[in-house]
Design a protein around this ligand. Structure first.
Ligand code: FAD
Length: 474
């Protein structure tokens, strides 16, 4: 074991990068560094990472370890116990981390900070993942915003601009711990290797994140505002998992995207980063966001229970092509385009009348960008029960959504190949196609591709009636 006096622990969490990492930069100035990551499923409880996130984490840790010259120390178990042992063994002078905003993490970190203070060990927490701290952006009366536009335009943009990104520390003198585990011992990869299909879609790790940003900006932000709604177009960045795991910081993305003259596309891209801030803001100020409707009237909503319909939705076998395309994109790539997230979400909570929690849980398990703040806020928005949510009565029609946002059917045909030969006119509504058209395309509804599991018109009316009954009851 190395010499152990004057060691600083850097606790990596959702900041798996060397550049623009305030905690790492500060600790590197303090002397020797013990760089650690702790897989803390025990404290996370029901918010422990889902399968796709664990796959991503495995590869992201491998990449960070490589960048640190093979010196990242991995642990599994309750973070408070592990940190207590490490500070005692290594004569640690300070523990450094970048803040996380999930309620369970906030509580845990407060307790760890208290324990360190009692031991007279410095605890340094910094901001590595938000452009504006949630407690710094408040309305004139000191209460939090609930509506996005004033939150972003007034609260954020009119306060101090996001800080410039930091460079990577030039030299780190790393220390190791005898009880550190190997990456394989963390057991992040699934036993049945369903994850192999994900690999070809992503370049996990800090270098991959930086390259993804570079390519996105090289393609240019022109057309982002309109093009971001079309799932077959290359207008979006696909940075969300990199941002979630902190392989790149929002500061790096913000400043890189801000180079050049302002225009509505650049502005719109920055406002999407603003939506990410808003989700974290809501989670911070309303920690019940993942499980409680922000609009209390929704506690009376008559949700249905239908395990068969839920399974069909999860498997992308609802018989509604754009919905099935989205759910299969999710399963095959760990990602789903934002427009399609809204379409499949609306279909689940409105046409199927299933609780948004069941959609939120499935996304949390299957998305590589699964993020407690963004996912909970996204589902509350879709269900109409969130802050600044889409009104419940705005029910997406998946046929017209498909026709409008996938006009050539490129996206839908890619993920639902069994109906690819249908003409555009019937691609999104095969149940309306004449028998001869189906036959020519080799489609037999109910055999080669499911008949729709609900009637769109009748289920829309049922949803509106349920909404009315909720309003009358409240
Ligand atoms: P871009 O268009 O390139 O946007 C750049 C970045 O801005 C994104 O990487 C993301 O960090 C942020 N962003 C963009 N749109 C949103 C948005 N609507 N809300 C919050 N942040 C946004 N995003 C997640 O990161 N994790 C989730 O678990 C998640 N769950 C969602 C669930 C539902 C039901 C819905 C409707 C949306 C959800 N989103 C989630 C938001 C959004 O769909 C993704 O962030 C976006 O599709 C990521 O693709 P991109 O990186 O190419 O986005």
């Amino acid at each position: 074991m190395e010499q152990t006096s004057g060691t600083a622990i850097v606790w990596f969490r959702q900041d798996l990068r060397l550049h623009d990492n305030p905690a790492l930069s500060l600790a590197a100035q303090a002397g020797r560094v013990l760089p650690i990551y702790i897989l803390d499923d025990e404290t996370a409880g029901k918010y422990r990472m889902g399968g796709a996130s664990r796959w991503w984490l495995h590869h992201s840790l491998a990449s960070l370890d490589k960048a640190l010259g093979g010196r990242l120390q991995l642990f599994r178990g309750p973070a408070d116990e592990i940190i207590t042992r490490l500070v005692e063994l290594h004569a640690v002078t300070g523990v450094y981390w970048n803040r996380c905003y999930e309620p369970w993490r906030i509580q845990r970190d407060i307790a760890i900070k208290k324990m360190l203070t009692q031991k007279r060990i410095a605890a340094h927490s910094d901001n590595g993942s938000l452009l504006w701290e949630p407690w710094q952006v408040l309305k004139g009366d000191g209460t939090p915003y609930r509506v996005f536009t004033p939150f972003f335009r007034k609260g954020c943009l009119q306060s101090a601009p996001p800080r410039r990104p930091l460079g990577a520390p030039t030299a780190i003198e790393p220390v190791s711990d005898p009880q550190a585990q190997t990456l394989d011992e963390l057991g992040l990869l699934p036993h049945i290797r369903w994850d192999q299909k994900l690999a070809s879609h992503w370049s996990v790790g800090e270098a991959g994140a930086r390259e993804t940003l570079r390519q996105f900006l090289d393609r240019g932000l022109d057309g982002y505002k309109e093009g971001r709604d079309f799932p077959a177009r290359a207008n979006v960045s696909r940075l969300s998992p990199h941002l979630h795991f902190g392989e790149i910081s929002p500061h790096q993305v913000w400043h890189a995207a801000s180079a050049g003259p302002d225009n509505r596309d650049r502005d719109h891209f920055r406002s999407e980063l603003g939506w990410r801030e808003f989700s974290y803001y809501l989670l911070y100020h309303f920690p019940d966001l993942p499980h409680t409707n922000l609009q209390p009237s929704f506690s009376n909503f008559p949700w249905a229970e239908d395990a068969v319909a839920l399974k069909a939705w999860q498997q992308g076998r609802t018989g509604v092509p754009i919905v099935d395309a989205g759910m299969r994109e999710l399963w095959q790539t760990g990602y789903m385009h934002n427009r399609v997230r809204m379409i499949v979400g609306s279909f689940l909570v409105k046409n199927l009348l299933l609780h948004w929690h069941s959609g939120e849980r499935w996304f949390y398990d299957c998305l590589v960008d699964a993020d407690l703040a963004n996912n909970s806020a996204g589902w509350q928005w879709i269900a109409g029960c969130g802050a600044d949510a889409a009104p419940y009565f705005r029910i997406f029609n998946p046929v017209t959504q498909g026709q409008r946002f996938d006009p050539d059917g490129v996206y839908t045909r890619r993920f639902v190949p069994e109906i690819a030969a249908l003409p555009d006119q019937y691609l999104f509504n095969p149940w309306e196609a004449p028998e001869a058209v189906l036959r020519d395309a080799g489609v037999r509804l109910g055999e080669t591709y499911p008949a729709p599991i609900v009637n769109l018109k009748a289920s829309r009316e049922r949803a509106l009636a349920a909404f009315q009954s909720m309003k009358s009851a409240s």
